[in-house]
Design a protein around this ligand. Structure first.
Ligand SMILES: Cc1ncc(COP(=O)(O)O)c(C=O)c1O
Length: 347
C-alpha cells in the first residue's frame, strides 16, 4: 500500500493493514532456457503491508525489543537502512506510537525517502563513503554517536539482532515449504544483512535438507568476501560480512552484475508481468544460470524482496540508466531467451 495512503489511516485501519504481514503469494513464471520453458515460482514479498520482505524484519525487531523491555514511552527507535527496513520500521513505529529516526545515505531511493517521511520518520542522511566504497560504516558511526548522546535512542540493529533471521525462520521459510507442498529443489535469496538467507536456510536445513539454498549477491559487495567495488544495485549487498551467515546455512552463493539484474527486472515487466526490484532481478539472473547448469532441477523458488515501484526513477527509467553509463540489453539475460507468464497451450 502507498505510504501516503497509510499515513492517513486511522489506528484501527493501521492495525488491519499490519495483519496483512506474511503469507505472501507464490507466482509461477517460465524462463525459456535453451529453448525449454523452465517453471519457477516468485515469492512476492511486495505484498507485505509496506511492500517488502523487510516488513517481516521490522516487525520481528520491534517485537524482540519490546519483549526485552527496551522500548517504552519516549523511546526513539533508530536504525541504519538503505530503504526498505526504514519504511517498515516507520510503519511499525507509527502503529505502536514510537518515534523513529532512519539513518540513510545518498543511494536510498527517492521513493523510499518519501515513504518514510510520509509515515512520520525523521531522516538523517550521511554523505561520506566508507573505506569500502559504500556508506554502511558511516551510517553505523552516526548511530553510535547518537546512542552515545542519549539513552532515549534504541538501536534495533538489523545487522546483529538474532530477531532478524529468527522471523524468517518462523515465517518466510515455513510459508515457502507449505506453499510448495514440501517439494523444493532450489531456493534463491538476495543478501544484505543475510537475515533472510540465514533464517530461511536454517528452517530448510531442518525441514528439507535436500533443498539447495543459494545466496545471491551483487558484484562489489563483500557479504561473501571481496573485493569491494562500486555498484548501482540497492537493497542487496553490503560493505561488510554478515554476522548471521555460517557456511552450514546455505549451499552456494552467486554474484550478479548491475546490468544482468536490471535486464531481468525490465524484461519481466515487458513480458506483461510484475515490476520487481533490483535484488529480485539479481535473484532471477542467478537462478537462470543455475537452471542452465542443472537441467534436472524442477521445483524452484525465487524470493522477490520488493516490487518495482521503488525503482521508477532508476531501474525502469531509460534516462537514469544512460546517465549511469549502463547499457542494458537482451545479452544480459544470459541463457534466457524469453520470460513467459503462460505457456502457449495454457488458457
Ligand atoms: C530489496 C532488498 N532485497 C534484499 C534484501 C536482503 O535482505 P537481508 O537483509 O535479509 O539479507 C534487502 C534488505 O534490505 C532488500 O531491501
Amino acid at each position: 500500500m502507498e505510504a501516503t495512503a497509510i499515513a492517513d489511516l486511522a489506528p484501527v485501519e493501521l492495525n488491519k493493514l499490519a495483519q496483512r504481514l506474511g503469507n505472501t503469494p507464490l507466482e509461477p513464471i517460465y524462463l525459456v532456457i535453451d529453448g525449454i520453458p523452465r517453471k519457477i515460482h516468485l515469492k512476492l514479498e511486495s505484498e507485505n503491508p509496506t511492500g517488502s520482505v523487510k516488513d517481516r524484519t521490522g516487525y520481528g525487531l520491534i517485537q524482540a525489543m519490546e519483549t526485552r523491555g527496551l522500548l517504552g514511552k519516549g523511546s526513539i527507535v533508530i536504525e541504519s537502512t538503505s530503504g526498505n527496513l526504514g519504511v517498515a520500521l516507520s510503519f511499525y513505529c507509527k502503529l505502536k506510537g514510537y518515534s523513529f529516526i532512519a539513518v540513510v545515505d545518498p543511494k536510498t531511493t527517492q521513493e523510499n525517502l518519501a515513504k518514510m517521511q510520509a509515515l512520520g520518520a525523521k531522516i538523517e542522511m550521511v554523505d561520506q563513503p566508507d573505506e569500502n566504497g559504500g556508506y554502511l560504516l558511516t551510517r553505523l558511526a552516526h548511530i553510535q554517536e547518537l546512542c552515545d548522546s542519549s539513552a532515549a535512542y534504541v538501536w534495533t540493529n538489523q545487522y546483529g539482532n538474532p530477531a532478524n533471521p529468527h522471523i524468517h525462520y518462523l515465517t518466510t521459510g515455513p510459508e515457502i515449504y507449505r506453499q510448495m507442498h514440501g517439494k523444493i529443489d532450489a531456493l534463491f535469496m538476495a543478501v544484505s544483512t543475510g537475515g533472510t538467507l540465514a533464517g530461511v536456510g536454517r528452517f530448510f536445513r531442518e525441514a528439507s535438507p535436500a533443498t539447495t539454498i543459494v545466496g545471491v549477491d551483487a558484484y562489489g559487495s563483500i557479504v561473501f568476501g571481496g573485493p569491494a567495488a562500486p555498484r548501482k544495485l540497492t537493497g542487496i549487498g553490503s560493505s561488510r560480512a554478515s554476522s548471521f551467515l555460517t557456511p552450514d546455512l546455505y549451499d552456494t552463493h552467486m554474484l550478479v552484475r548491475d546490468e544482468e539484474a536490471f535486464a531481468f527486472c525490465r524484461t519481466l515487466w515487458q513480458s506483461g508481468g510484475n515490476k520487481v526490484g533490483g535484488s529480485s532481478g539479481a535473484v532471477l539472473a542467478a537462478c537462470a544460470k543455475y537452471l542452465q547448469a542443472h537441467p534436472e532441477v524442477q521445483d524452484v523458488v525465487c524470493v522477490c524482496a520488493d516490487g518495482g515501484e521503488n525503482y521508477a526513477n532508476s531501474i525502469f527509467n531509460d534516462a537514469w540508466l544512460q546517465q549511469q553509463g549502463l547499457n542494458v540489453s537482451q545479452e544480459h539475460l544470459g541463457p534466457v531467451q524469453d520470460i513467459l507468464y503462460k505457456l502457449p497451450f495454457m488458457r
